[in-house]
Structures are given as structure tokens and as C-alpha cells.
Design a protein around this ligand. Structure first.
Ligand SMILES: [Zn+2]
Length: 350
């Protein structure tokens, strides 16, 4: 089922953000020169790269964030734009490498660090997202977005500098468009355009003889999650709730633990060989199965602790889930996942 929507949130502000970013980069370059060209990682552009996954499907990187795109004779189907600065770089790369315009932008979800910057492709592309995308976007603007890196811990309705971590800390000044040292939901989501076409459970996009399936696996990381299936390339793309070879950064956004696992099982039932997540490594279907099994082990572990009256503190201090300690982000994510699961199950209705 399709819905047509309007767009146009914060376009002028988005352009200002690019200008501010360009100024910040120029200033950082000057400072680097003034300090004798020392290696200051914080002032460098994020690592950017494009690699071929399978057939005409490619993976593009912006630091810790990844997207994918499929090249067809009639244009390109792009997943998340990530941000305007990256999208501008990507558009130039796509023109020189493939010589066809982006015809579709397929959003994984509305979060600012994946969905911003689609205006770069807006002149040629149709933007598509789940029907809950504009609802989640409006809620994030009116209230505050639910994301691990931008938690409003003191509950004052925005992000203080001390509350921002990771990429949100790095982008704090860029996001703080009115320079009041306080970032609102409206500022964070200013450069996220709402989709022009919405779908509910499943949608197929065809272009130039190629196909992409959009699947909504239910509530998990967000209420508007979309997983992309590229049937011919036997690859899936999903963001934040979908990982391989590492633990989830934090969970869940909106669903219960059971819903999160049900979403993973729904994705696992799709016909694919390759997993291309929004963060970290590419993996196989077996890697994805192992990722889902972690959540089931986590649920069993936490359920068992609660049944036996083990406190959260004692559970954290135990060797529970130690069999996953070879994963690169086991510390600190094992503890965070246990805490999230424990708190969720404590608050879950019977
Ligand atoms: Zn997210």
C-alpha cells in the first residue's frame, strides 16, 4: 500500500550545515598547518570508500557508517544517504564511476546519522520509507529522538554537550545550528527529508531490469525499520538492529526483546547469503544466525537470573555470555545488552 507525502523539512538549514561543515574543515586544516601537520585524527575527514559486494551492488563507507547502492542501466538505487557532506561526495563518485543518476533513495529508518542528506539526490530520486517514518520523524522533532548516542539523560528535552557521545559528540557543533550549546530534536533531524512514497509491510522497486525488496520486520531498533533484500545479489542491508560479528550497540529502540528477536527471525527467513549492515563488517548468513542466537541466549540468561532471584549486579559480575568474548565490542556491549534486557524484562507485562 502506497501513500504520497510532502517533504521539505529544514532544507535551508541543511545548506547552512554544509557551509558550516566546510568552514569547520577549512579551519581544522589551518589549525593542522599551524601545529606543524601533526596527525590529528579528529580534524580529518572520515574514511570513505566504495567496494563491490556482488554483481552491480556496492557498499559505500563514511567512517563508521555504511550504505549500499545498486547500479542499473536506468539509474542507481541507493539506500541511506548518511549525511549531506558524504552524499555530496558520493554523488560525484557515482557520476564518474557509473554515469547514471540516483533514481531512488531507500531509507533504513529516520535516524539522523543514516537518513540525513537525501536532498543531494532529490532532483533525480524518489525517496521511499516505511509508513511509520514520518511519524517517528515528527515525534523526534517535537520531542527528542531515541538513539543510543544522543540520550537525554537529564530529561531536559535536548542534548547537552556532556550527554553527546560518539558521532553525536563529534557533530555537536554542526548540529547546534543556533549555537546555544543545546541541541534539540528539531536541530538533529533538520536535514532529514520525509519519504515521498511510503509502504506498510513490503514493497518491490524495479529499475533497469533489477529488483530490490523493502521489508518491514516489525518494531525493533525503531518503529520505521526497513531491511533491503537484493534477490539477484543474494544480499541484505539493514541498520543498527542488524549486525554481524559484533554485539548490538544498544537495544531496543521501540520493541520488546521478544519483538526484537522476532524481527531478527523474520529477516533470517529471507533468501540471502551476504549481510551488509549499516555498521562494521560484512558477513554471511551464518554470521547473522549467530547474531540472532546471541539475543536468544541473552533472553534465556536474563530470564534465568530473574527466575532464580539473581540481581542485575550479580548477573553482570558472573561469567554469563562469556562464550561471546571474542567479539570485538564484547566490552562494553555485553554489559549494556544484559542491562537493557534485564530492565526490559522487569518492565514487560506478563
Ligand atoms: Zn538508528
Amino acid at each position: 500500500m502506497l501513500f504520497l507525502l510532502y517533504r521539505g523539512i529544514g532544507q535551508t538549514r541543511g545548506i547552512q550545515m554544509v557551509t558550516r561543515r566546510a568552514k569547520a574543515i577549512a579551519l581544522a586544516a589551518l589549525l593542522l598547518l599551524a601545529h606543524g601537520c601533526s596527525q590529528d585524527q579528529s580534524s580529518e575527514e572520515p574514511a570513505r570508500d566504495i567496494v563491490q559486494i556482488a554483481g552491480d551492488l556496492y557498499r559505500a563507507q563514511d567512517g563508521a557508517h555504511f550504505t549500499v547502492y545498486l547500479v542499473t542501466p536506468d539509474g542507481i538505487i541507493l539506500a541511506d544517504p548518511l549525511n549531506a557532506d558524504f552524499a555530496d561526495w558520493l554523488r560525484t563518485e557515482l557520476e564518474s564511476r557509473h554515469g547514471v543518476p540516483v533514481r531512488y533513495v531507500l531509507y533504513s529508518h529516520h535516524h539522523w546519522d543514516h537518513a540525513a542528506g537525501a536532498r543531494i539526490f532529490d532532483a533525480t530520486a524518489t525517496l521511499i520509507g516505511h509508513k511509520n517514518f514520518p511519524i517517528a520523524l515528527a515525534e523526534g522533532i517535537a520531542g527528542f529522538p531515541v538513539q543510543v548516542t544522543i540520550t537525554d539523560t537529564n530529561g531536559d528535552g535536548g542534548l547537552d554537550r556532556s550527554e553527546a557521545i560518539g558521532d553525536a559528540a563529534a557533530a555537536f557543533d554542526e548540529l547546534d545550528t543556533n549555537n546555544d550549546d543545546f541541541v534539540t530534536g528539531a536541530e538533529i533531524l533538520a536535514d532529514v527529508l520525509a519519504p515521498e512514497v511510503l509502504y506498510s509491510d513490503h514493497m518491490t522497486v524495479n529499475l533497469g531490469g533489477k529488483t530490490v525488496e523493502l521489508i518491514h520486520p516489525g518494531p525493533s531498533h525503531s518503529i520505521d525499520t526497513t531491511v533491503l533484500l537484493f534477490p539477484e545479489e543474494r544480499t541484505i542491508y539493514g541498520v543498527d538492529f542488524l549486525n554481524v560479528k559484533r554485539l548490538a550497540l544498544g537495544f531496543p529502540g521501540t520493541g520488546t526483546l521478544d519483538e526484537w528477536i522476532a524481527s531478527l527471525r523474520q529477516v533470517e527467513a529471507l533468501d540471502f547469503d551476504i549481510v551488509s549492515p549499516g555498521h562494521s563488517s560484512v558477513g554471511t548468513k551464518a554470521d547473522f544466525t549467530a547474531y540472532r542466537e546471541f539475543f536468544e541466549d541473552l533472553r534465556e540468561t536474563v530470564n534465568g537470573a530473574m527466575t532464580s532471584g539473581t540481581s542485575l549486579e550479580d548477573l553482570l559480575a558472573s561469567d554469563a555470555l562469556a562464550e561471546y568474548d571474542d567479539l570485538p565490542n564484547y566490552v562494553p556491549q555485553r554489559d549494556r545488552n544484559i542491562e537493557d534486557a534485564y530492565n526490559l524484562l522487569v518492565s514487560a507485562p506478563d
